[in-house]
Design a protein. Structure first.
Length: 365
């Protein structure tokens, strides 16, 4: 029975990587790319703008991208207390990013990430604990940084204006309507993420049985009964993960928190580097762009397409047009080219090699 359950679990997770699921974000991204470039530039303009880009900043983009991935790898290796080899950590992060690129952001990649760690030889309980800790740390960064951004915004300390972009910078349509409602969307999303994260932190570090009880009781209400099975399962998993994460040292949490900060600052700073390649930015401009990227992250989080493909490119225009009005479409495409599509390509390349590696390892053991 256990073998049958494991095979079913393996199959359900591997379904995430089906070819048609890979094709959807590629097609959506290509449509958005062609639309942005074709409607805004002719060929000579496009080539001219690209030639004028500062190559030094473009090089920094690649450097920052490498730093981000290296610290992702460092974090998962040290969260696993070196239970993952460097090679296993590399595969885990590449395929975790790959699965995230194939799923809407709101869906999350907990199941896939846990599967990746489990197949690398980490026990199920520990795999789940490390993935939940990663998610909690990521959300915690957003909660703290987002809170600082909002405080600065309402204190009037941004000389560039409001942190929320103007709807006039977005073409009429659904995206403009979304930008109009962005403050409400942001605060709603912020409240949901903060509440859920605090709940998970309490469950993971204090009293998991209480959170399990809350999950079951809430989903016993008629409107939520359809999710009761999933909620009960998540509660049970939280109890297992909590047992695995107890008693970790100060250095363990120091490395986990420090690497999380580097990962997210690097993730946000990529946009700064791309914009700086096409225009001069002051230190205050860099801070404002980083801050606005926090707001953009909420749009990506609620994006309904795989990896927010198509949505991200269009949303980018409303957030950063004021800095680069002539080249914002080019930068939007470059941003996705360096932060999204490489993981689709790398995932396709590494997935069969990883499958061969871990299933061979499992057979031999």
């Amino acid at each position: 029975m256990d073998t049958m359950k494991q095979n079913t679990s393996d199959e359900s997770v591997l379904n995430t990587f089906k070819p048609w699921k890979i094709a959807i974000p590629i097609v959506l991204g290509l449509i958005a790319t062609v639309y942005l470039l074709y409607t805004n530039y002719d060929w000579n303009e496009l080539v001219g703008y690209l030639k004028d880009a500062d190559p030094a900043w473009l090089l920094v983009v690649l450097l920052v991208l490498v730093v981000r991935d290296v610290f992702y790898i460092i974090r998962i290796r040290y969260l696993s207390e070196k239970g993952l080899s460097w090679k296993g950590s590399f595969y885990t992060i590449m395929l975790w990013e790959f699965s995230s690129a194939l799923s809407p952001s709101a869906v999350g990649g907990t199941a896939v990430a846990t599967f990746l760690l489990f197949k690398e030889g980490i026990s199920f309980g520990k795999s789940l604990a490390y993935v939940l800790v990663s998610a909690i740390l990521d959300n915690l960064f957003f909660i703290i940084f987002g809170g600082i951004v909002i405080l600065l915004n309402f204190s009037g300390l941004y000389p560039q204006g409001s942190i929320f972009p103007s709807p006039d910078l977005v073409e009429a349509g659904a995206m403009r309507e979304l930008v109009k409602r962005l403050p409400v969307v942001f605060f709603t999303g912020y409240a949901i993420v903060a509440s859920y994260n605090l709940l998970m932190m309490y469950g993971l570090f204090v009293k998991p049985s209480a959170i399990k009880w809350i999950f079951v009781k809430v989903t016993s209400i008629a409107w939520f009964r359809r999710w009761q099975s999933a909620a009960e399962k998540q509660g049970e998993e939280l109890v297992i993960a909590s047992q695995e994460i107890k008693g970790k040292t100060f250095s363990y949490w120091g490395i986990a928190i420090g690497s999380t900060v580097v990962v997210w600052v690097a993730r946000y700073f990529i946009v700064n580097c791309l914009i700086a390649a096409f225009t001069d930015l002051s230190l205050a401009d860099h801070g404002f762009i980083l801050s606005r990227h926090v707001i953009l992250w909420v749009i990506l989080l609620i994006g309904f397409t795989p990896g927010a493909a198509g949505v991200a490119e269009i949303a980018f225009l409303g957030f950063f047009t004021q800095f680069i009005p002539n080249t914002v479409s080019i930068v939007a495409v470059l941003w996705r080219m360096v932060t999204y599509y490489p993981y689709l390509i790398l995932g396709v390349f590494f997935l069969p090699r990883w499958l061969k590696r871990v299933f061979k390892k499992n057979k031999s053991s």
